[in-house]
Design a binder for this molecule. Structure first.
Ligand SMILES: *Cc1c(COP(=O)(O)O)cnc(C)c1O
Length: 435
């Protein structure tokens, strides 16, 4: 199947080109020519399937033969070897807990899948030039990417994080691995880290010297696997005999990758009544839905750091999928909450429903409360485990939180960090000397 880009319908690429480049040479995002609709019978049969079986079947349709079945099977079974429970809370809302993977955030699904796919491409090319994955992170992306690519031959990972702005639990997930994972502490902000990476992708000398790519959700390889769990949630409800005719998903949004995957799942036939996009005070998409104008702004920092994006990178894909602002409004209701509202929601849910939400999941959960109509079934995507932001969470609920082993283990390892001044020439030299 061919892939085109959001900037040029005639610039055609293969799946391999799309996932190894991430962005097209003119800065466009790759989209499949077609997203096949799943046969109706498939949706009826999902209740007897495991998550991995479902993912394999849906992946086969989505990639349309571009990934051989046995390869796809292995990638899916390795990437999804953890549980994704659909939890019903006391108020009757659902949380799809996507955070039981190795780094306890939903990004594990997409980055592990992407890692498996790149491994397949490497084995197909005896002359494989090492691929260098550049990742700016405010916490979650760095951990997920580093753990997914750790010790993989033919791939180097450079994680850039802002000095002093990532908590030690998250930092330990990517800054203690060593080997092919380089953790770079930048004396600057998260926006500075993003700018350094953007400049690297545009630098001709650097791109001649080494192959660079991205593992953020601009990479199409992350979006397909993120569709799987939307179908999985649906299948759970069907097997519990819940009426799925009025299904609403609330998605905590930053770069809109997760929401894009939901819309892709809908396009493939998942019966979703509507999506709710939920942002923190970085409400760029919310403003677009309300006004029809898309205006990126400088990032504002919040207590839900993974939602801090002033320029949602997947916006172009959403417009491509839905066609017009009017159609966007038909499919998506938009909400935005500030830090005080997030704290209020965490406390209320903890005390009234005995369920502890992390700040990212909290925005989605609150939007269900504010937007759901009688007769609708609402699912909030639970994107991070509450213990990932332990100091903050303990301050909010005023109680100690135990760390699951997956989070405590990396803390016992030594930090392996490269400190760097915030400047492009320093970054460029560092990359060139670490190939
Ligand atoms: C990355 C992330 C998000 C936002 O996902 P997007 O695909 O960028 O919209 C939400 N919550 C958590 C915990 C994340 O790590």
């Amino acid at each position: 199947m061919n892939y085109f880009t959001t900037t040029n319908k005639h610039s055609i690429a293969t799946l391999e080109q799309a996932v190894t480049r991430a962005l097209s040479p003119d800065g466009g995002l790759y989209m499949p020519e077609r997203l096949p609709r799943l046969p109706k019978a498939f949706l009826h049969n999902t209740t007897s399937m495991t998550l991995q079986d479902m993912a394999y079947a849906i992946g086969a349709f989505a990639f349309n033969g571009d990934v051989p079945p046995d390869v796809l099977h292995d990638i899916v079974f390795e990437a999804l070897d953890f549980i994704i429970p659909l939890v019903k809370t006391a108020s009757g809302r659902y949380v799809l807990e996507l955070f039981h993977g190795p780094t306890m955030a939903f990004k594990d699904v997409g980055t592990r899948f992407m890692s498996g796919l790149l491994d397949y491409y490497r084995t197909r090319h005896p002359e494989w030039r090492p691929l260098n994955v550049l990742v700016p992170t405010s916490g979650d992306t760095g951990g997920a990417v580093a753990n997914s690519f750790r010790a993989k031959p033919g791939v180097n990972v450079f994680v850039l994080y802002p000095h002093g702005a990532v908590n030690e639990i998250q930092r330990s997930q990517f800054a203690t691995l060593g080997g092919n994972v380089k953790a770079i502490e930048v004396s600057g902000s998260f926006d500075d880290c993003k700018s350094l990476v953007e400049e690297a992708f545009l630098d001709p000398q650097l791109n001649d010297a080494m192959r660079l790519t991205s593992a953020t959700s601009i990479n199409y390889a992350r979006l397909v696997p993120q569709m799987f769990y939307y179908f999985w949630a649906y299948a759970q409800l069907v097997s519990q005999h819940v009426d799925t005719n009025n299904l609403v998903f609330a998605v905590p949004c930053s770069n809109l990758g997760n929401l894009t995957s939901g819309l892709m799942a809908q396009k493939m036939g998942l019966p979703v009544k509507r999506f709710i996009s939920v942002e923190n005070q970085n409400n760029i998409f919310y403003n677009y839905v309300k006004t029809g104008v898309f205006t990126p702004k400088p990032t504002q920092y919040s207590i839900a750091p993974a939602l801090d994006s002033g320029c949602p990178t997947n916006f172009g894909r959403i417009v491509e999928l839905l066609g017009s602002h009017e159609n966007v409004c038909r499919h998506i209701h938009a909400y935005s909450y500030d830090d005080d509202q997030i704290v209020e929601t965490i406390l209320k849910t903890y005390h009234e429903e005995e369920y502890l939400l992390d700040p990212h999941t909290a925005v989605a959960y609150r939007a269900l409360q504010d937007d759901l109509q009688p007769g609708e079934v609402g699912i909030a995507l639970g994107t991070a485990h509450p213990a990932k932001l332990r100091p903050l969470m303990e301050g909010i609920i005023n109680k100690p939180i135990t760390l699951p082993q997956k989070l405590s283990k990396p803390l016992q390892r030594n930090l392996q960090v490269i400190k760097m001044n915030n400047g492009f020439s320093a970054f460029k030299n560092l990359l060139l000397s670490n190939q």
